[in-house]
Design a protein around this ligand. Structure first.
Ligand SMILES: [Zn+2]
Length: 88
């Protein structure tokens, strides 16, 4: 599963860190990709570049402990970014 290889212009299945495998012009390196975007074509090796998922890393707004904080901030303007600890 973790060894699945992706090609340029395919859709990114999971947000996370991907290893980029170029064709003969550069060593492997890692990038972050967001789910729903597409893998890019390399300016050097074109469609011969490959991407391999190293580990998933969901965006923070998808995390349950931060999703509400974002929606609150969007709804109530820019008030009190520091002191928003409402104790019940
Ligand atoms: Zn390349």
């Amino acid at each position: 599963m973790a060894d699945e290889i992706f090609h340029p212009e395919e859709q990114v299945p999971e947000s996370g860190v991907y290893q980029v495998q170029h064709y003969r012009h550069r060593l492997y390196h890692e990038v972050t990709m967001l789910r729903g975007t597409t893998f890019p074509v390399c300016s050097e090796c074109g469609h011969n570049v490959r991407f391999r998922l190293v580990r998933t890393a969901p965006p923070i707004e998808c995390d349950r402990n931060f999703a509400t904080a974002k929606s609150q901030a969007a709804g109530s303007g820019a008030l009190g970014s520091g002191a928003t600890s409402n104790t019940p």
